[in-house]
Design a binder for this molecule. Sequence first.
Ligand code: UD1
Ligand code: UDP
Length: 371
Amino acid sequence: MRREQGRISIIKRRGNEEVNKLKVIAIVGARPQFIKHFPFEKSLASDTELITIHTGQHYDDYMSKVFFDQMNMSRPKYMLQIGSRGHGAQTGMMMEEIEKIVLDEKPDWMVVYGDTNSTLAGALVAAKLHVPIAHIEAGLRSFNKEMPEEVNRVLTDHISDLLLVPSDVAVQNLAKEGIRNNVHAVGDIMKDLVIYSIDNNHITARKQQGDYYYATIHRPYNTDEKERLMYILESLSQADKTVMFSIHPRTINAMSKFGLLRDNYPNIMFIDPQGYFDNLSYLYFSSGLITDSGGMQKEAYWLKKKCITIRTETEWIETLIDSANTLVFNDLSGLNDIMAMPAKWNNHLYGDGNCGALISSLLLENSTKRN
Ligand code: UD1
Ligand code: UDP
Protein backbone atom coordinates (compact mmCIF):
# COMPACT_ATOMS: atom_id res chain seq x y z
CA MET A 1 0.00 0.00 0.00
CA ARG A 2 1.21 3.49 -0.76
CA ARG A 3 -0.54 5.07 2.15
CA GLU A 4 -0.69 4.20 5.80
CA GLN A 5 -3.04 1.27 5.74
CA GLY A 6 -6.59 1.03 7.04
CA ARG A 7 -6.98 1.11 10.78
CA ILE A 8 -9.45 -1.37 12.13
CA SER A 9 -11.66 0.48 14.55
CA ILE A 10 -12.46 -1.11 17.88
CA ILE A 11 -16.12 -0.41 18.23
CA LYS A 12 -17.72 -3.51 19.65
CA ARG A 13 -17.31 -5.40 22.91
CA ARG A 14 -18.27 -9.03 23.60
CA GLY A 15 -18.16 -9.43 27.36
CA ASN A 16 -14.67 -8.29 28.27
CA GLU A 17 -13.34 -9.18 24.84
CA GLU A 18 -12.76 -6.38 22.42
CA VAL A 19 -13.70 -7.24 18.86
CA ASN A 20 -12.12 -5.46 15.96
CA LYS A 21 -14.66 -4.32 13.44
CA LEU A 22 -13.69 -2.98 10.05
CA LYS A 23 -15.44 0.26 9.22
CA VAL A 24 -16.22 0.71 5.53
CA ILE A 25 -17.88 3.65 3.84
CA ALA A 26 -19.43 2.85 0.45
CA ILE A 27 -20.56 5.58 -1.94
CA VAL A 28 -23.61 5.04 -4.11
CA GLY A 29 -25.55 7.57 -6.16
CA ALA A 30 -26.50 6.31 -9.61
CA ARG A 31 -28.62 3.34 -10.67
CA PRO A 32 -25.80 0.90 -11.48
CA GLN A 33 -24.23 1.60 -8.10
CA PHE A 34 -27.28 0.55 -6.11
CA ILE A 35 -27.18 -2.66 -8.11
CA LYS A 36 -23.46 -3.28 -7.45
CA HIS A 37 -23.91 -2.39 -3.78
CA PHE A 38 -26.41 -5.17 -3.11
CA PRO A 39 -24.04 -8.14 -3.64
CA PHE A 40 -21.26 -6.26 -1.87
CA GLU A 41 -23.43 -5.63 1.19
CA LYS A 42 -24.53 -9.27 1.22
CA SER A 43 -20.96 -10.56 1.08
CA LEU A 44 -19.47 -8.47 3.84
CA ALA A 45 -18.16 -10.30 6.89
CA SER A 46 -20.32 -9.85 9.97
CA ASP A 47 -17.48 -8.08 11.74
CA THR A 48 -17.57 -5.27 9.20
CA GLU A 49 -19.53 -2.11 9.78
CA LEU A 50 -20.89 -0.78 6.49
CA ILE A 51 -21.87 2.86 6.24
CA THR A 52 -23.56 3.80 3.00
CA ILE A 53 -23.62 7.32 1.59
CA HIS A 54 -26.18 8.00 -1.16
CA THR A 55 -25.13 11.15 -3.01
CA GLY A 56 -28.55 11.65 -4.61
CA GLN A 57 -27.15 11.76 -8.16
CA HIS A 58 -30.18 9.67 -9.10
CA TYR A 59 -33.27 10.46 -7.08
CA ASP A 60 -36.51 9.54 -8.88
CA ASP A 61 -38.17 6.58 -7.18
CA TYR A 62 -37.71 4.38 -10.26
CA MET A 63 -34.00 5.28 -10.43
CA SER A 64 -33.23 4.85 -6.73
CA LYS A 65 -35.83 3.83 -4.13
CA VAL A 66 -37.08 0.87 -6.17
CA PHE A 67 -33.72 -0.87 -5.83
CA PHE A 68 -33.55 -0.51 -2.04
CA ASP A 69 -37.17 -1.71 -1.79
CA GLN A 70 -37.02 -4.65 -4.21
CA MET A 71 -33.67 -5.96 -3.03
CA ASN A 72 -34.37 -5.24 0.60
CA MET A 73 -31.09 -3.39 1.05
CA SER A 74 -30.22 -1.42 4.17
CA ARG A 75 -31.15 2.24 3.86
CA PRO A 76 -28.14 4.53 3.43
CA LYS A 77 -27.11 6.20 6.69
CA TYR A 78 -26.51 9.44 4.79
CA MET A 79 -28.70 10.83 1.98
CA LEU A 80 -26.97 13.84 0.45
CA GLN A 81 -29.71 14.75 -2.05
CA ILE A 82 -27.32 16.57 -4.37
CA GLY A 83 -29.47 15.94 -7.47
CA SER A 84 -28.85 16.81 -11.12
CA ARG A 85 -26.29 19.54 -11.84
CA GLY A 86 -23.37 20.30 -14.11
CA HIS A 87 -20.36 18.08 -13.60
CA GLY A 88 -18.40 20.62 -11.55
CA ALA A 89 -21.21 21.62 -9.22
CA GLN A 90 -22.43 18.06 -8.80
CA THR A 91 -19.02 16.58 -8.03
CA GLY A 92 -17.97 19.53 -5.87
CA MET A 93 -21.13 19.54 -3.76
CA MET A 94 -20.86 15.80 -3.24
CA MET A 95 -17.26 16.22 -2.10
CA GLU A 96 -18.13 18.91 0.39
CA GLU A 97 -20.73 16.72 2.07
CA ILE A 98 -18.77 13.47 1.88
CA GLU A 99 -15.75 15.14 3.46
CA LYS A 100 -17.72 16.11 6.57
CA ILE A 101 -18.94 12.55 6.97
CA VAL A 102 -15.53 10.96 6.47
CA LEU A 103 -13.96 13.31 9.03
CA ASP A 104 -16.65 12.34 11.48
CA GLU A 105 -16.85 8.58 10.81
CA LYS A 106 -13.10 7.92 10.34
CA PRO A 107 -13.54 4.80 8.18
CA ASP A 108 -10.88 2.17 7.50
CA TRP A 109 -11.87 1.97 3.83
CA MET A 110 -13.67 4.01 1.24
CA VAL A 111 -15.35 1.74 -1.32
CA VAL A 112 -16.39 3.26 -4.65
CA TYR A 113 -18.07 1.59 -7.62
CA GLY A 114 -17.62 2.14 -11.33
CA ASP A 115 -17.16 5.48 -13.00
CA THR A 116 -19.83 8.05 -12.20
CA ASN A 117 -19.43 11.51 -10.70
CA SER A 118 -20.36 9.96 -7.33
CA THR A 119 -17.41 7.55 -7.72
CA LEU A 120 -14.94 10.34 -8.34
CA ALA A 121 -16.29 12.54 -5.54
CA GLY A 122 -15.92 9.74 -2.98
CA ALA A 123 -12.46 8.80 -4.18
CA LEU A 124 -11.12 12.36 -4.19
CA VAL A 125 -12.33 13.03 -0.66
CA ALA A 126 -10.83 9.80 0.64
CA ALA A 127 -7.48 10.43 -1.06
CA LYS A 128 -7.17 13.90 0.46
CA LEU A 129 -8.05 12.56 3.91
CA HIS A 130 -5.68 9.57 3.58
CA VAL A 131 -8.44 6.99 3.79
CA PRO A 132 -7.54 3.93 1.68
CA ILE A 133 -9.73 3.54 -1.39
CA ALA A 134 -11.03 0.27 -2.82
CA HIS A 135 -12.26 0.71 -6.38
CA ILE A 136 -14.72 -1.93 -7.53
CA GLU A 137 -14.71 -2.23 -11.34
CA ALA A 138 -11.24 -0.73 -11.70
CA GLY A 139 -9.13 -0.93 -14.85
CA LEU A 140 -11.87 -0.45 -17.44
CA ARG A 141 -11.06 1.84 -20.33
CA SER A 142 -13.01 3.08 -23.34
CA PHE A 143 -10.04 5.22 -24.44
CA ASN A 144 -12.57 7.94 -25.20
CA LYS A 145 -11.79 10.91 -22.98
CA GLU A 146 -14.92 12.71 -24.16
CA MET A 147 -16.90 10.35 -21.96
CA PRO A 148 -17.13 11.77 -18.43
CA GLU A 149 -16.95 8.18 -17.19
CA GLU A 150 -13.49 7.70 -18.73
CA VAL A 151 -12.18 10.73 -16.85
CA ASN A 152 -13.79 9.51 -13.64
CA ARG A 153 -12.41 6.00 -13.88
CA VAL A 154 -8.85 6.97 -14.86
CA LEU A 155 -8.60 9.45 -11.99
CA THR A 156 -10.16 7.07 -9.50
CA ASP A 157 -7.82 4.23 -10.45
CA HIS A 158 -4.76 6.42 -10.00
CA ILE A 159 -5.64 7.32 -6.41
CA SER A 160 -6.97 3.90 -5.36
CA ASP A 161 -5.18 1.56 -2.96
CA LEU A 162 -7.01 -1.62 -3.86
CA LEU A 163 -7.93 -2.09 -7.50
CA LEU A 164 -10.62 -4.73 -7.90
CA VAL A 165 -10.78 -5.59 -11.57
CA PRO A 166 -13.12 -7.86 -13.54
CA SER A 167 -10.72 -9.23 -16.16
CA ASP A 168 -7.16 -9.74 -17.39
CA VAL A 169 -7.68 -6.97 -19.91
CA ALA A 170 -8.35 -4.59 -17.03
CA VAL A 171 -5.13 -5.77 -15.32
CA GLN A 172 -3.24 -4.98 -18.54
CA ASN A 173 -4.90 -1.57 -18.90
CA LEU A 174 -3.69 -0.62 -15.44
CA ALA A 175 -0.19 -2.01 -16.04
CA LYS A 176 0.13 0.19 -19.14
CA GLU A 177 -0.53 3.20 -16.90
CA GLY A 178 2.06 2.03 -14.35
CA ILE A 179 -0.42 0.60 -11.84
CA ARG A 180 0.83 -2.89 -11.00
CA ASN A 181 0.51 -3.22 -7.23
CA ASN A 182 -2.63 -4.11 -5.30
CA VAL A 183 -4.49 -5.08 -8.45
CA HIS A 184 -6.76 -8.10 -7.96
CA ALA A 185 -8.75 -9.85 -10.68
CA VAL A 186 -11.89 -10.71 -8.70
CA GLY A 187 -14.43 -10.91 -11.51
CA ASP A 188 -17.47 -8.73 -11.85
CA ILE A 189 -19.78 -8.01 -8.95
CA MET A 190 -22.78 -7.69 -11.28
CA LYS A 191 -22.34 -11.35 -12.21
CA ASP A 192 -22.87 -12.27 -8.53
CA LEU A 193 -26.25 -10.60 -8.75
CA VAL A 194 -27.32 -12.19 -12.04
CA ILE A 195 -26.51 -15.62 -10.59
CA TYR A 196 -28.30 -14.75 -7.34
CA SER A 197 -31.35 -13.61 -9.33
CA ILE A 198 -31.50 -16.89 -11.26
CA ASP A 199 -30.88 -19.05 -8.19
CA ASN A 200 -33.57 -17.27 -6.19
CA ASN A 201 -36.17 -17.36 -8.96
CA HIS A 202 -36.27 -13.61 -9.39
CA ILE A 203 -36.46 -14.04 -13.15
CA THR A 204 -39.88 -15.59 -13.40
CA ALA A 205 -42.65 -13.47 -14.79
CA ARG A 206 -42.70 -12.92 -18.53
CA LYS A 207 -43.35 -9.23 -18.82
CA GLN A 208 -44.17 -9.00 -22.50
CA GLN A 209 -45.98 -11.43 -24.78
CA GLY A 210 -44.52 -12.22 -28.19
CA ASP A 211 -41.15 -11.82 -29.74
CA TYR A 212 -39.36 -8.56 -28.98
CA TYR A 213 -36.02 -6.84 -28.58
CA TYR A 214 -35.26 -5.03 -25.35
CA ALA A 215 -33.63 -1.58 -25.47
CA THR A 216 -32.07 1.05 -23.20
CA ILE A 217 -30.30 4.22 -24.37
CA HIS A 218 -28.94 6.99 -22.16
CA ARG A 219 -25.45 8.15 -23.22
CA PRO A 220 -25.24 11.91 -23.81
CA TYR A 221 -23.84 11.40 -27.32
CA ASN A 222 -26.94 9.36 -28.24
CA THR A 223 -29.54 11.54 -26.53
CA ASP A 224 -28.43 15.14 -26.23
CA GLU A 225 -28.77 16.08 -29.92
CA LYS A 226 -32.14 15.94 -31.64
CA GLU A 227 -30.92 14.56 -34.99
CA ARG A 228 -28.99 11.74 -33.32
CA LEU A 229 -31.82 10.72 -31.01
CA MET A 230 -34.33 10.84 -33.88
CA TYR A 231 -32.06 8.63 -35.99
CA ILE A 232 -31.82 6.05 -33.20
CA LEU A 233 -35.59 6.01 -32.64
CA GLU A 234 -36.26 5.75 -36.38
CA SER A 235 -33.78 2.89 -36.64
CA LEU A 236 -35.45 1.03 -33.76
CA SER A 237 -38.75 1.53 -35.61
CA GLN A 238 -37.33 -0.47 -38.52
CA ALA A 239 -36.56 -3.50 -36.33
CA ASP A 240 -38.19 -6.77 -37.41
CA LYS A 241 -39.64 -7.22 -33.92
CA THR A 242 -41.31 -4.92 -31.41
CA VAL A 243 -38.78 -2.97 -29.35
CA MET A 244 -39.47 -2.69 -25.61
CA PHE A 245 -37.65 0.47 -24.61
CA SER A 246 -36.96 1.11 -20.91
CA ILE A 247 -36.50 4.82 -21.11
CA HIS A 248 -33.92 6.51 -18.85
CA PRO A 249 -34.88 9.97 -17.48
CA ARG A 250 -32.12 11.64 -19.54
CA THR A 251 -33.80 10.20 -22.65
CA ILE A 252 -37.33 11.01 -21.45
CA ASN A 253 -36.26 14.62 -20.91
CA ALA A 254 -34.49 14.80 -24.27
CA MET A 255 -37.52 13.47 -26.18
CA SER A 256 -39.74 15.96 -24.47
CA LYS A 257 -37.32 18.86 -25.08
CA PHE A 258 -37.03 17.99 -28.79
CA GLY A 259 -40.78 17.40 -29.19
CA LEU A 260 -40.29 13.74 -30.19
CA LEU A 261 -43.63 12.07 -29.56
CA ARG A 262 -43.80 8.42 -28.54
CA ASP A 263 -46.83 7.92 -30.80
CA ASN A 264 -44.64 8.58 -33.83
CA TYR A 265 -42.78 5.33 -33.20
CA PRO A 266 -45.46 2.61 -33.21
CA ASN A 267 -42.94 -0.26 -33.28
CA ILE A 268 -41.44 0.93 -29.99
CA MET A 269 -43.18 0.26 -26.68
CA PHE A 270 -41.81 2.82 -24.24
CA ILE A 271 -41.81 1.78 -20.60
CA ASP A 272 -40.64 3.52 -17.43
CA PRO A 273 -37.26 2.55 -15.95
CA GLN A 274 -37.71 -0.82 -14.31
CA GLY A 275 -36.69 -2.31 -10.99
CA TYR A 276 -33.68 -4.61 -11.26
CA PHE A 277 -35.48 -7.97 -11.32
CA ASP A 278 -38.14 -6.68 -13.72
CA ASN A 279 -35.45 -5.34 -16.00
CA LEU A 280 -33.59 -8.64 -15.94
CA SER A 281 -36.84 -10.46 -16.70
CA TYR A 282 -37.50 -8.25 -19.72
CA LEU A 283 -34.00 -9.01 -20.94
CA TYR A 284 -34.23 -12.73 -20.21
CA PHE A 285 -37.39 -13.23 -22.29
CA SER A 286 -36.24 -10.99 -25.15
CA SER A 287 -34.69 -11.96 -28.48
CA GLY A 288 -31.79 -9.59 -27.91
CA LEU A 289 -30.70 -6.27 -26.45
CA ILE A 290 -30.02 -2.92 -28.11
CA THR A 291 -28.26 -0.61 -25.68
CA ASP A 292 -25.54 1.85 -24.84
CA SER A 293 -25.49 0.82 -21.16
CA GLY A 294 -22.29 -0.54 -19.68
CA GLY A 295 -23.90 -2.92 -17.22
CA MET A 296 -26.49 -4.26 -19.60
CA GLN A 297 -23.91 -5.40 -22.16
CA LYS A 298 -22.63 -7.77 -19.48
CA GLU A 299 -26.04 -8.88 -18.29
CA ALA A 300 -27.01 -9.72 -21.87
CA TYR A 301 -23.80 -11.74 -22.17
CA TRP A 302 -24.37 -13.75 -19.00
CA LEU A 303 -27.97 -14.45 -20.04
CA LYS A 304 -26.72 -15.46 -23.52
CA LYS A 305 -28.67 -12.76 -25.32
CA LYS A 306 -27.37 -11.18 -28.50
CA CYS A 307 -26.41 -7.58 -27.86
CA ILE A 308 -26.03 -4.59 -30.15
CA THR A 309 -24.22 -1.71 -28.51
CA ILE A 310 -24.81 1.71 -30.05
CA ARG A 311 -21.35 3.06 -29.38
CA THR A 312 -18.03 3.35 -31.19
CA GLU A 313 -16.17 1.53 -28.43
CA THR A 314 -16.80 -0.51 -25.31
CA GLU A 315 -14.91 -1.06 -22.08
CA TRP A 316 -16.23 -4.62 -22.11
CA ILE A 317 -14.26 -5.71 -25.16
CA GLU A 318 -14.36 -9.43 -24.30
CA THR A 319 -18.11 -9.41 -25.00
CA LEU A 320 -17.35 -8.67 -28.67
CA ILE A 321 -15.78 -12.12 -29.16
CA ASP A 322 -17.84 -14.59 -31.22
CA SER A 323 -20.42 -11.91 -32.08
CA ALA A 324 -22.12 -11.98 -28.68
CA ASN A 325 -21.97 -8.19 -28.73
CA THR A 326 -21.59 -5.92 -31.78
CA LEU A 327 -20.71 -2.24 -31.86
CA VAL A 328 -22.59 0.00 -34.30
CA PHE A 329 -22.80 3.76 -34.34
CA ASN A 330 -23.00 5.73 -37.59
CA ASP A 331 -24.96 3.23 -39.67
CA LEU A 332 -27.84 1.58 -37.79
CA SER A 333 -29.46 0.03 -40.86
CA GLY A 334 -28.17 -3.49 -40.16
CA LEU A 335 -29.75 -4.15 -36.75
CA ASN A 336 -31.92 -7.05 -37.95
CA ASP A 337 -29.03 -8.77 -39.76
CA ILE A 338 -26.75 -8.47 -36.73
CA MET A 339 -29.41 -9.93 -34.46
CA ALA A 340 -29.75 -12.89 -36.84
CA MET A 341 -26.03 -13.70 -36.78
CA PRO A 342 -25.03 -16.74 -34.69
CA ALA A 343 -23.07 -16.09 -31.50
CA LYS A 344 -21.28 -17.97 -28.73
CA TRP A 345 -20.81 -17.17 -25.07
CA ASN A 346 -18.12 -18.15 -22.56
CA ASN A 347 -19.65 -19.21 -19.23
CA HIS A 348 -16.67 -17.96 -17.25
CA LEU A 349 -16.44 -14.42 -18.58
CA TYR A 350 -15.78 -11.93 -15.78
CA GLY A 351 -15.46 -14.52 -13.03
CA ASP A 352 -17.74 -17.09 -11.53
CA GLY A 353 -20.05 -15.03 -9.36
CA ASN A 354 -18.01 -14.94 -6.14
CA CYS A 355 -16.68 -11.42 -6.59
CA GLY A 356 -18.34 -9.97 -3.46
CA ALA A 357 -16.81 -12.62 -1.20
CA LEU A 358 -13.34 -12.09 -2.70
CA ILE A 359 -13.59 -8.34 -2.16
CA SER A 360 -14.76 -8.78 1.40
CA SER A 361 -11.69 -10.96 2.16
CA LEU A 362 -9.33 -8.54 0.42
CA LEU A 363 -10.59 -5.62 2.49
CA LEU A 364 -9.81 -7.56 5.67
CA GLU A 365 -6.46 -8.88 4.44
CA ASN A 366 -5.26 -5.46 3.35
CA SER A 367 -6.12 -3.67 6.56
CA THR A 368 -3.83 -3.35 9.53
CA LYS A 369 -4.94 -3.15 13.12
CA ARG A 370 -4.79 0.19 14.86
CA ASN A 371 -4.08 -1.41 18.26
C1 UD1 B 1 -25.06 8.79 -14.98
C2 UD1 B 1 -23.56 8.49 -15.10
C3 UD1 B 1 -23.36 7.42 -16.14
C4 UD1 B 1 -24.19 6.20 -15.86
C5 UD1 B 1 -25.66 6.58 -15.66
C6 UD1 B 1 -26.42 5.37 -15.18
C7 UD1 B 1 -22.01 10.36 -14.71
C8 UD1 B 1 -21.20 11.43 -15.36
N1 UD1 B 1 -22.86 9.69 -15.53
O1 UD1 B 1 -25.50 9.27 -16.24
O2 UD1 B 1 -21.98 7.04 -16.13
O3 UD1 B 1 -24.11 5.33 -16.96
O4 UD1 B 1 -25.74 7.59 -14.65
O5 UD1 B 1 -27.78 5.51 -15.37
O6 UD1 B 1 -21.89 10.16 -13.54
N2 UD1 B 1 -32.51 12.52 -14.13
C9 UD1 B 1 -33.77 12.52 -13.63
N3 UD1 B 1 -34.01 11.76 -12.52
C10 UD1 B 1 -33.05 11.03 -11.89
C11 UD1 B 1 -31.77 11.08 -12.40
C12 UD1 B 1 -31.50 11.82 -13.53
O7 UD1 B 1 -34.68 13.14 -14.18
O8 UD1 B 1 -33.35 10.38 -10.87
C13 UD1 B 1 -32.26 13.29 -15.36
C14 UD1 B 1 -31.85 14.74 -15.11
O9 UD1 B 1 -32.41 15.53 -16.12
C15 UD1 B 1 -30.35 14.70 -15.29
C16 UD1 B 1 -30.18 13.62 -16.36
O10 UD1 B 1 -31.19 12.67 -16.08
O11 UD1 B 1 -29.83 15.92 -15.69
C17 UD1 B 1 -28.84 12.94 -16.32
O12 UD1 B 1 -28.53 12.44 -15.02
P1 UD1 B 1 -26.99 12.30 -14.58
O13 UD1 B 1 -26.90 11.54 -13.33
O14 UD1 B 1 -26.30 13.60 -14.67
O15 UD1 B 1 -26.37 11.45 -15.77
P2 UD1 B 1 -26.83 10.08 -16.36
O16 UD1 B 1 -27.06 10.25 -17.81
O17 UD1 B 1 -27.92 9.50 -15.54
N1 UDP C 1 -31.45 -1.40 -15.16
C1 UDP C 1 -32.60 -1.48 -14.39
N2 UDP C 1 -33.76 -1.00 -14.92
C2 UDP C 1 -33.84 -0.47 -16.17
C3 UDP C 1 -32.64 -0.39 -16.94
C4 UDP C 1 -31.46 -0.85 -16.40
O1 UDP C 1 -32.58 -1.98 -13.27
O2 UDP C 1 -34.92 -0.07 -16.57
C5 UDP C 1 -30.21 -1.92 -14.59
C6 UDP C 1 -29.51 -2.94 -15.43
O3 UDP C 1 -30.01 -4.24 -15.16
C7 UDP C 1 -28.06 -2.79 -14.98
C8 UDP C 1 -27.98 -1.34 -14.59
O4 UDP C 1 -29.30 -0.85 -14.48
O5 UDP C 1 -27.81 -3.60 -13.85
C9 UDP C 1 -27.25 -0.55 -15.64
O6 UDP C 1 -27.37 0.80 -15.34
P1 UDP C 1 -27.31 1.93 -16.44
O7 UDP C 1 -27.56 1.37 -17.78
O8 UDP C 1 -28.19 3.01 -15.96
O9 UDP C 1 -25.82 2.46 -16.27
P2 UDP C 1 -24.43 1.97 -16.87
O10 UDP C 1 -24.24 0.53 -16.57
O11 UDP C 1 -24.45 2.28 -18.33
O12 UDP C 1 -23.45 2.84 -16.18
